[in-house]
Design a binder for this molecule. Structure first.
Ligand code: SF4
Length: 280
């Protein structure tokens, strides 16, 4: 059995959060450049000029891409042949997030209680941790710093099976229309279809992490069609109008109950900060 010290997981988590505050994922930056070239609305083009300038300054002057440096979300895929040593892995991750946000002077955006005191925890902890047990001898860490301007515009609906593909399309378009300019477009849109109430929501967020084409051609076709339809809404970059309301649409799906068709739409702004590392 492979032994992995939780300190290594913590150190890598700290490093990844320190990186994504300043660096767009390569796939998102490419999508921004491509959409910039294709944009013909002058105001939309102007916004893209500013986004690219902002991205350059973030790297060169080490200033976060956005003042909302997000809530820390971590997906931990632990190989079933791994023995974690050195303490509590959840604690290691929370401490790593606290260290990263403090050392990089990133905004602390987490309150300890959602309803009453809403006292800031001062170091952006706790993180939200999704743990999966997977085959193998390694640990994969995927991190996201999710801004809440866009999180607040995300929605989940329990559709009926009879609503089918058309019902999904209608719900996705309606969610994007309702988000309008409020969540800093152009958007990256993660969609979960199937599972149950809570797994569908988690799937929609995890969809934002995907860097590759959808392996299922039916779903990749659906992604393309949704992207085209969304980009006719004329919301455009930062809501100034234009072709680029969304950069990407990514769908994840799972088996579900015969009586249900859960659908979740996670809206992410153009920043879409995420990164991945594997520990062996
Ligand atoms: S939605 Fe994104 S770009 Fe807008 S303020 Fe939040 S993190 Fe920043």
């Amino acid at each position: 059995m492979k032994e992995i010290d939780v300190k290594r997981i913590g150190d890598k988590t700290e490093e990844l959060f320190g990186k994504i505050a300043y660096h767009y994922p390569a796939g998102i930056m490419d999508a921004i450049r491509q959409a910039h070239q294709q944009e013909d609305n002058p105001r939309g083009k102007n916004v893209f000029d500013m986004l690219e300038e902002n991205a350059r300054i973030a790297i060169e002057e080490h200033i976060p891409i956005c003042q909302d440096t997000g809530m820390a979300v971590v997906w931990l895929s632990i190989g079933q042949d791994v023995h974690l040593t050195g303490g509590d892995v959840n604690e290691a991750i929370h401490e790593a997030v606290g260290r990263s946000y403090t050392a990089n002077a990133l905004r602390a955006s987490v309150v300890d209680d959602p309803l009453f005191e809403r006292k800031n925890t001062k170091n952006n902890t706790p993180a939200l941790i999704h743990t999966r047990i997977v085959p193998g001898e390694e640990v994969t860490i995927e991190v996201m710093a999710k801004g809440f301007g866009s999180e607040n515009k995300s929605q989940l609906k329990m559709l009926t099976p009879a609503m089918g593909v058309e019902g999904v399309k209608e719900f996705v378009l309606d969610t994007v229309k309702k988000a309008g300019p409020d969540a800093c477009p152009p958007y990256v849109i993660g969609i979960g279809i199937g599972g149950d109430f809570e797994s569908c929501a988690e799937m929609s967020k995890a969809a934002l992490l995907r860097e590759t084409e959808n392996a299922d051609t039916r779903y990749s076709q659906l992604e393309k069609e949704l992207l085209e339809k969304i980009n006719t809404l004329d919301i455009g970059p930062m809501g100034y109008g234009g072709k680029a309301t969304a950069l990407k649409v990514m769908v994840e799906y799972a088996p579900t109950h015969i009586a249900g068709l859960p659908c979740a739409v996670n809206i992410c702004c153009h920043v879409c900060r995420h990164a991945k590392a594997v520990i062996q």
